[in-house]
Ligand binder design. Structure first.
Ligand code: COI
Length: 366
């Protein structure tokens, strides 16, 4: 039973089996898209209406469409995994649905009901099921729900009067071409990602646009990724690129897994939340608190800080091996990938792929 009727229009010339096999053999990340997409329109008069699963196609936009000028756009990211029995599951899609609504509130957009969000995933998977990579590997189908202001007009006294929700999907291999290999990061003191009262906790498209220049600077400094500090003191660690960060202290029976607390400027990551619970299940002490750049450097040098990693849906878990900043550089654990990092990664990906029991009920059949 769907919450609203979705009209279905199959693609007139879907990818051939040969083309599909070629894409699935080396999907990369975000480069290829499935045959279909979902769109749902919103207007003040009609609310959400015209839910459709149709061919993947270009949007036709009037040059004065609001999103093109004022960036009123939000998105989500989650993955569909094929299980050994051939079925397909999504990982905690209800959390993405709730976060899309939270992002919508912050950017003055209408909220898509959670049931319609989940139905949109089911509708797309039903028609593009053959694009979900085989079970047993690292691959998955990345689902990209998003919402844009599709009203026309340049006034900024009120938000757009119409919106489009859309869902596209893209087969995904490893996010970083080098795979699970420790990255070197640049501590950004010039640029900030988010300020108190700003949009940092929303999955707002503009947050990512504003990040490119800092990422370019990180690359110029010989690093792979930028690490964001708080906007006020430029001292407290927030995120790495588009991912949350974790710090592992101690070893053996005294492992503490620490992540920056959600200050309002950080994105509340689904992977972040899941790892906090899994770390606790694995018997580690878990803390959400502020971590300063001084603590990072001092405790990395004393050996008390044993591992650092970043996490997100796209890249899952990426170890951080080396840190550069305006006054120098240091490494964490000699730049190697740590044991706790790998244990958490294997547990999480095992749940997603059905090889580790889903004791929290995180998988939803699509
Ligand atoms: C994720 O880690 O899933 C992200 O949000 C990155 C994405 C913007 C490509």
């Amino acid at each position: 039973m769907t919450t609203m009727p979705f009209t279905q229009t199959p693609h007139p010339s879907p990818a051939t089996p040969d083309r599909l096999a070629e894409v699935l053999a080396n999907p990369g990340f975000g480069r290829y898209f499935t045959d279909h997409m979902v769109t749902i329109a919103w207007t003040a008069e009609q609310g959400w209406h015209d839910a459709e699963v149709g061919p993947y196609r270009s949007f036709e936009l009037d040059p004065a469409t609001s999103v093109l000028h004022y960036a009123q756009a939000i998105f989500e990211g989650l993955k569909a995994y094929r299980q050994a029995d051939g079925s397909i599951v999504a990982f905690r899609p209800e959390v993405n649905a709730a976060r899309l609504r939270a992002s919508a509130r912050r950017i003055a957009m209408p909220e898509l009901p959670d049931e319609v969000f989940i139905d949109s995933l089911r509708e797309l998977i039903a028609i593009d099921e053959r694009w979900v990579p085989a079970a047993g590997g690292e691959e998955s189908l990345y689902l990209r729900p998003f919402m844009i202001a599709s009203g026309i007009g340049l006034g900024v006294n009120s938000p757009s009067d119409r919106y489009t929700y859309a869902l596209i999907a893209s087969p995904a291999g490893p996010y970083f071409p080098s795979g699970v290999k420790p990255v070197t990061v640049w501590l950004s003191t010039e640029y900030v990602r988010a300020a108190p009262g700003g949009t940092g906790a929303a999955k707002f498209a503009g947050n990512y646009a504003a990040a490119f220049v800092a990422q370019q600077q990180a690359v110029e400094k010989g690093c792979d990724q930028v690490v964001w500090l708080d906007a006020v003191e430029r001292r407290w660690i927030e995120e790495m690129g588009g991912m949350n960060l974790f710090f592992v202290f101690g070893s053996g029976a005294n492992v503490r897994v620490v992540t920056p607390e959600l200050s309002g400027a950080l994105l509340p990551g689904v992977t972040r939340d899941s790892l906090l619970r899994l770390a606790s299940d694995l018997g580690y002490t878990v803390e959400e608190r502020r971590i300063s750049t001084e603590e990072w450097e001092k405790k990395a040098e004393s050996g008390e800080l044993t591992e650092v990693f970043a996490c997100g849906t796209a890249a899952v878990i990426t170890p951080v091996g080396r840190v550069k900043h305006a006054d120098g550089e240091f490494s964490v654990s000699g730049g190697a990938t740590g044991e706790v990092t790998m244990r958490l990664r294997e547990t999480l990906t095992g749940i997603q792929r059905g090889t580790v029991p889903d004791s929290h009920g995180w998988l939803t059949k699509l």
